[in-house]
Design a binder for this molecule. Structure first.
Ligand SMILES: Cc1cc2nc3c(=O)[nH]c(=O)nc-3n(C[C@H](O)[C@H](O)[C@H](O)COP(=O)(O)O)c2cc1C
Length: 188
């Protein structure tokens, strides 16, 4: 037995090679609506969803993120990106940026952030739009261009980057990872 929701969950995979073709505005609106339908602790909704189609802004952020990663004492992450083609955003034509306000106690907003990101990923996958959640986006905000990007993205005061989800269409469609059912146990 299955259904469309389970099928979407099982077919989602992280795309790291986009063609650059933009999804339709209508689909982006639907995905953004699915995003803000996400549950959050006490329904506090300490997030925003910013749909970025501005290639210049995406490219400026990517350049800064790579620069910050290259400057890290531990080069593991930077080298991994370089070995995958040197792209942080994989030529994605669109990103949904999720800035967050701090919860009390601080840190609780991160659960909500992961959930809204997954809503975006699943809504996109259900519409045939390839995507990848991109935690490395935080590096674009790790240096002295943070305020510039906060402004260009229109973050409300007090909001800081959480995650982004890159959206578009794959050059070569990928495959979902094999779910590891050995991680599941039942206690009766
Ligand atoms: C919170 C979070 C952050 C992630 N950040 C990145 C990222 O910055 N770059 C990237 O290529 N993939 C990123 N991913 C994707 C994971 O690497 C991916 O989900 C994992 O390897 C499993 O592969 P799958 O999504 O194809 O099943 C992130 C995933 C999550 C949940």
């Amino acid at each position: 037995m299955t259904n469309n929701t389970i099928e979407t969950i099982l077919k989602r995979y992280s795309c790291r090679d986009f063609t650059g073709r933009l999804p339709a505005d209508e689909d982006l609106r639907l995905i953004a609506k699915a995003a803000v339908a996400a549950p959050s602790g006490s329904n506090r909704q300490l997030w925003r969803v910013i749909v970025v189609k501005n290639r210049r802004l995406i490219s400026d952020m990517e350049g800064e993120g790579l620069r910050m990663l290259a400057a890290m004492p531990d080069k593991t992450m930077y080298e991994r990106i370089m070995s995958r083609g040197g792209k942080l955003f994989y030529n994605a034509p669109c990103m949904m940026v999720i800035p967050l306000a701090k919860a009390v106690p601080p840190g609780a907003e991160l659960f909500d952030c992961g959930i809204i990101a997954e809503n975006i990923a699943l809504a996109a996958a259900s519409l045939g739009i390839d995507n990848v959640i991109c935690g490395l986006t935080v590096f674009c905000f790790a240096g002295d261009r943070r305020d510039e990007f906060n402004n260009r993205l229109g973050f409300p005061p007090g909001y800081e980057i959480g995650l982004s989800v890159l959206l578009g269409f794959a050059q070569t469609p990928g495959k979902p990872h094999e779910p590891d059912t050995a991680k599941i146990s039942f206690i009766e």
